[in-house]
Design a protein around this ligand. Sequence first.
Ligand code: HEM
Length: 329
Amino acid sequence: MGSFSFFLSFLCVFFVTSYAQLTENFYDQTCPRLPNIVRREVKRAIETDIRAGAKLIRFHFHDCFVQGCDGSVLLEDPPGFETELNGLGNLGIQGIEIIDAIKAAVEIECPGVVSCADILAQASKDSVDVQGGPSWRVLYGRRDSRTANKTGADNLPSPFENLDPLVKKFADVGLNETDLVALSGAHTFGRSRCVFFSGRLSNFSGSGQPDPTLDPTYRQELLSACTSQDTRVNFDPTTPDKFDKNYFTNLRANKGLLQSDQVLHSTQGAKTVEIVRLMALKQETFFRQFRLSMIKMGNIKPLTGSQGEIRRNCRRVNDLGSETGHDVM
Ligand code: HEM
């Protein structure tokens, strides 16, 4: 075989093995109405809690970044392991009961068939699209882990980080700077507790001064809004619950909420500055990249085939030797 054709077959094998495990039609025979059920439940959740979508997509992100998209973040009692929910990056995370409700609805129609990891992927897409963002074709076929990794959850990207460590944490799971910028655009909706940015407001890094990359008027607004460290503030002061490109226009006006947001635009000479500019310029540029990056994130190390299991209850592994597992709450 010539070296060029060898190279081509290597490329084919590479793409087949890295992207082909998950497919659009995985549940076509076993749960054809899955997309409708999940979408209905996501809409229902958003009707009673405008933040439901934001909570769901955050869960998917935290799931995929720790040992791949395998539902590990949801486990409350992984045998012999500590839960990821107790990891630093997940403290105070909200919305697990919304996932329970979606799973319960799916189990009624398709018992024991659909993984919690796939439900998170589908629910994230619906959350974005219901709040005005882009839509995309979700790939399915992930299976649920029987283990969790608390240390991984301790090391999730942190709001207090500068650009280099953020870029490194994304690179570690196969995502590049463009993915980092696009996916951070999910901070166009949802809230953050003040504890995650209050250090920027007055004594930034021990300087006795506010973060110089924080707009002074916005800083005043945040100071008045943060009556306690647990108060939740909109990520996007302009259109708090809409999925749009305003996260990026905010960054360009020094109105990023977290340090980890603002560094994407305020790190001199960084590649990310230009990427932020392009996404702020045209919503479709952001949406197109967001779709691609979400699919890429959803492909991080899934369990497939006979690996793992299909949990009955997203919070628990199925019983050893039991056909039924736990009931969904
Ligand atoms: C780049 C690194 C990231 C860091 C450091 C980060 C950090 C945070 C923090 C500190 C909060 C507030 C949590 C709280 O108050 O309980 C938050 C919320 C949120 N994050 Fe991120 N995040 C990052 C990337 C992402 C990504 C990639 C997504 C999704 C694709 C995402 C989606 C969200 C959403 C939607 C919320 C609001 C959740 C709510 O309202 O409950 N984040 N993030």
